[in-house]
Structures are given as structure tokens and as C-alpha cells.
Design a protein around this ligand. Structure first.
Ligand code: FAD
Length: 448
């Protein structure tokens, strides 16, 4: 008989928590997981999945327009937000069911309650019950940050955006990161007037400068408005229900909805981590070692709550590494090198490895190869949107150390090309590969 109720107690049934719980159980551990909202977590319930479905829905606006140039008679089409919203939410329900079933099938006990930490081996549930576990895994994710300004409560975050009653005629989106730019594209395609308001003077920090400039240029051409260097002052609700957004040094903007996409902070507040001596960093993230172990020997953490790389596949890998290390007898660390990422904007962009600026700073001697082209489909459609692919190489070894692209299907293409970058292939290896014609991806092997 164990001295604890469980071998493992997981707090949070999101990307990292579900993987860790399921694999630990498969390794023979007695596992419970507490979830205060819905099994599946941010990605499945109010992140990647519903967002991507909205991106698909939004893209029809352009496809229907382009279809006419390809000979299709397209009647005047109207977009119905409630139909898409309900279909997306139904898909989220289906996935929530599948995730729950997976945990059930592996014998993981699901406790639908908020949990907090009372000690190195003790957890308190919202109902008041306490349980003990040999190990506790904190996988509580992150939470949207909202600027501290008067009237901020009139805005919504990505938590609420999937449930909007009606499509706003005018929307202000605060932020310059991937979530802000993705929703800017989504709402613009649905027909809303979008103003993206950013505190700094650039979007998509961390992505290659030329690629993000291309997105900015195309977004502006489409009619998305941008306000840069515009920190929020206050938000005023007007008599007709509309909002007036005041920013420093800018004319106010009137809108029907305000979406804050101003970053996500590790959700550690009120979690009781101090009761077990779990150290946090300056951002409130749990500090962990290479094996996801916190400063408390029996408490581990994975995913967004550790603020390493806030992406689903990373949280999943960390969950897997935790389970294999602690219960599988196979200690291993996650390899954070060459993680591909994408922005599902219109058009989408994606990148892996170093940006040109990063490579210049870190390596110095580099070669940069670009292909700036108008995709064949866009030419016939009369759509003046150019794609841009960029390859950064170590000038001495020829190794491809960064690959960045914007254009139709860029994330799909980049995922495949990321294998080559991760494997350390050279530009010559790309050039030696025969092009697949006609495709956009062939630009990768034809770069000058
Ligand atoms: P989460 O998935 O957030 O899971 C944490 C869970 O813990 C939640 O279900 C929460 O309810 C629960 N919880 C929190 N506190 C407690 C408590 N005290 N007790 C019980 N339960 C608790 N990533 C990508 O890779 N690609 C994308 O395209 C992408 N798009 C995104 C779009 C949006 C709008 C957002 C918000 C995020 C997106 N992400 C994307 C990020 C991705 O969702 C996260 O990186 C991922 O979900 C992190 O997984 P996690 O396990 O750390 O946390």
C-alpha cells in the first residue's frame, strides 16, 4: 500500500497535463487530474483548434471572390456568424469528449474541480476535500493579460471571443503578437472593420523582419488599420453601447467590440505554490530544471505555466518527457532547438530557426537567399499578394539555420521543410532536390 492517495496528481487537463496523465497511467501509475474548466485545455477549448476553424471559415471570403476569375458563377454570398460559431463550438464539444474518453480509457481519474497546493504532497480541491500524491504536476497553463486602464472591463479576451453573440461591425484588437494578428485577419475577412492597436511600433516580435513587414503591408492593403506606439489610456462605454478607445498620442477609435490580445501570463496566482516552496520567476512562471522539476522535489511543472515556449506541441513534449522520466524509467529532456511556429494570418506566415537579425548577431558570417514571388493562383485571381520565402545559411558550412515564409499554405510547407533544418541540411541539399512543379514549395529548392 502506498502512503499516498495517488502516485501522480495533475493540476490542469490541457495539452501538457493530459499527455502527462495518460502516459504516466500507461506506465503503471495511479493518476488523477483536476480540471476547473473543460478537459482539453486552452488549445482544444479556446485556442488553437477553434481559432484555426475560424481561420478556415474566414478564408472562404477570399476563395469565393477568387472563384469568379476561375469561371465560377458565385451568387452574392452572405456570412452568418452564428452558424460558424455553433459548428465550431460543437466540434470543440466533440474533442472535449474524445479527450475525456482517452483519460477514462487509461484509468485516469478526472476530478472536475479547481485544485490548489497545500504542501509538497497535498492538494486541496474546491469542494474542500484534500488528497495526497507522491508527485504533483502543475500544468495550469496561462491566462490572458489585460492592460491596467480605466474601462478595460468592457473588453473581451480570447476566452470570450469564440462565443460572441454577434459579429461586431467595428472591432479594436489590442496587441501585436500572433493572436492579435490572427484575429485581425479573421474579423476582417468576416467583414468587420478592424483596427489593430499596439503599444510598440512593430508586430510579431521574434519573427523575421522582412516577413512581418510583408504581412503588415498586405494587411494594410486589405484595409486593416494599424495604430502603433499607442498605449491604452481608457475605454469609455457610450450610450448606444459602442466603445470609445482612448490611446496616448492618438485620436480615439470607436468600436463595437474590443479584444485584448496582449499576452498570456502563467496562471500561478492563488495556486498555493508558496505552501510547498515552489519558486517562481519575475513573470510568475514556475522555475523548473531540464527535467521539469521545480524547486520542490515532489512538484513538477510543464507547459505554459513554465513560460518556456507557449505552444501546444511543446507542452505535449514536456508532458511526455515528464511521464517517461518519472514513471517510465527513461529520463529525457525536451530538445528546444528548431521549433517551427506559424501565424495563421491572411496570408499565413511561418518560421523555423534563426531570423536574419539573430543569425547576424550570433554567427556573423551568413548568406541570405530569398524568393519573392506572386503565387500562380494569385496571378489568375488578380490578387496582388506576393509570397516571400527566406533562407538563412551559415556562410562557412552552408547549413540552413533559418527558414521563414509568408504566403498561401506557408505553415503546411514549413512543417515539412523544418525536418530538413532540424536535420542540419545545407542549401546544397535543398538545391540538389528536384523541384516539384508547379508548386509554391518548389521555391525552396530554386532559391538564388
Ligand atoms: P492549457 O492547455 O492552458 O491547460 C491548462 C488547464 O488547466 C486549463 O484547462 C485550465 O482550465 C486548467 N486549470 C488552470 N488552473 C487550474 C486549477 N487551479 N485547478 C484545476 N484546473 C486548472 N499553440 C499552438 O501551438 N498553436 C496555435 O495555433 C495556438 N493558438 C492559440 C490561440 C489562442 C487564442 C490561444 C489562447 C492559445 C493558442 N496556442 C497555440 C497556445 C496553446 O493553447 C498553449 O500553448 C497550450 O494550450 C498550453 O498547454 P498547457 O497544458 O500548458 O495549458
Amino acid at each position: 500500500m502506498s502512503e499516498y492517495d495517488y502516485d501522480l496528481f495533475v493540476i490542469g487537463a490541457g495539452s501538457g497535463g493530459v499527455r502527462a496523465a495518460r502516459v504516466s497511467a500507461a506506465h503503471g501509475a495511479k493518476v488523477a487530474v483536476a480540471e476547473e474548466h473543460r478537459v482539453g485545455g486552452t488549445c482544444v477549448i479556446r485556442g488553437c483548434v477553434p481559432k484555426k476553424l475560424l481561420v478556415y471559415g474566414a478564408h472562404f471570403a477570399e476563395d469565393l471572390q477568387d472563384a469568379k476569375r476561375f469561371g465560377w458563377e458565385v451568387p452574392d454570398c452572405k456570412f452568418d456568424w452564428p452558424t460558424l460559431r455553433e459548428n465550431v463550438l460543437a466540434e470543440v464539444d466533440r474533442l472535449n469528449g474524445l479527450y475525456t474518453q482517452t483519460l477514462d480509457n487509461h484509468g485516469v481519474e478526472i476530478i472536475q474541480e479547481r485544485a490548489t497546493i497545500e504542501g509538497p504532497h497535498q492538494v486541496r480541491l474546491a469542494s474542500g476535500r484534500t488528497v495526497t500524491a507522491k508527485y504533483i504536476l502543475v500544468a495550469v497553463g496561462a491566462w490572458p493579460m489585460v492592460p491596467d486602464c480605466e474601462g478595460a472591463e468592457f473588453g473581451i479576451t480570447s476566452n470570450e471571443v469564440f462565443h460572441l453573440e454577434a459579429l461586431p461591425k467595428r472591432i479594436v484588437i489590442a496587441g501585436g503578437g500572433y493572436i492579435a494578428n490572427e484575429f485581425a485577419g479573421i474579423f476582417h475577412e468576416f467583414g468587420s472593420h478592424v483596427t489593430l492597436v499596439n503599444r510598440s511600433d512593430q508586430i510579431l516580435r521574434g519573427y523575421d523582419m522582412q516577413i512581418r513587414d510583408r504581412l503588415l503591408q498586405i494587411s494594410m492593403m486589405k484595409g486593416i488599420e494599424f495604430r502603433f506606439n499607442a498605449p491604452f489610456e481608457k475605454v469609455v462605454k457610450q450610450g448606444d453601447g459602442s466603445l470609445l478607445v482612448h490611446m496616448k498620442g492618438q485620436e480615439p477609435v470607436e468600436c463595437d467590440a474590443l479584444l485584448f490580445a496582449t499576452g498570456r501570463r502563467p496562471k500561478t496566482e492563488g495556486l498555493g505554490l508558496e505552501n510547498a516552496g515552489v519558486e517562481l520567476d519575475g513573470q510568475g512562471a514556475i522555475r523548473v530544471d531540464d527535467y521539469n522539476r521545480s524547486s520542490c522535489q515532489s512538484i513538477y511543472a510543464v507547459g505554459d505555466v513554465t513560460n518556456r515556449v507557449q505552444l501546444t506541441p511543446v507542452a505535449i513534449r514536456e508532458g511526455q518527457a515528464f511521464a517517461d522520466t518519472v514513471f517510465g524509467g527513461n529520463p529525457h529532456k525536451v530538445d528546444y532547438g528548431s521549433i517551427p511556429s506559424a501565424v495563421f494570418s491572411h496570408p499565413p506566415l511561418a518560421g523555423v530557426g534563426m531570423t536574419e537579425a539573430e543569425a547576424r548577431n550570433k554567427i556573423g558570417s551568413i548568406s541570405v537567399h530569398t524568393s519573392d514571388f506572386r503565387p500562380m493562383k494569385n496571378v489568375l485571381a488578380g490578387r496582388n499578394e506576393r509570397g516571400l520565402y527566406k533562407m538563412i545559411c551559415n556562410a562557412e558550412t552552408g547549413k540552413v539555420i533559418g527558414l521563414h515564409m509568408i504566403g498561401p499554405d506557408a505553415p503546411e510547407i514549413l512543417q515539412a521543410a523544418a525536418v530538413a533544418v532540424k536535420a542540419g541540411l545545407t542549401k546544397q541539399d535543398f538545391d540538389d532536390t528536384v523541384a516539384l512543379h508547379p508548386s509554391m514549395a518548389e521555391e525552396l529548392v530554386l532559391m538564388k
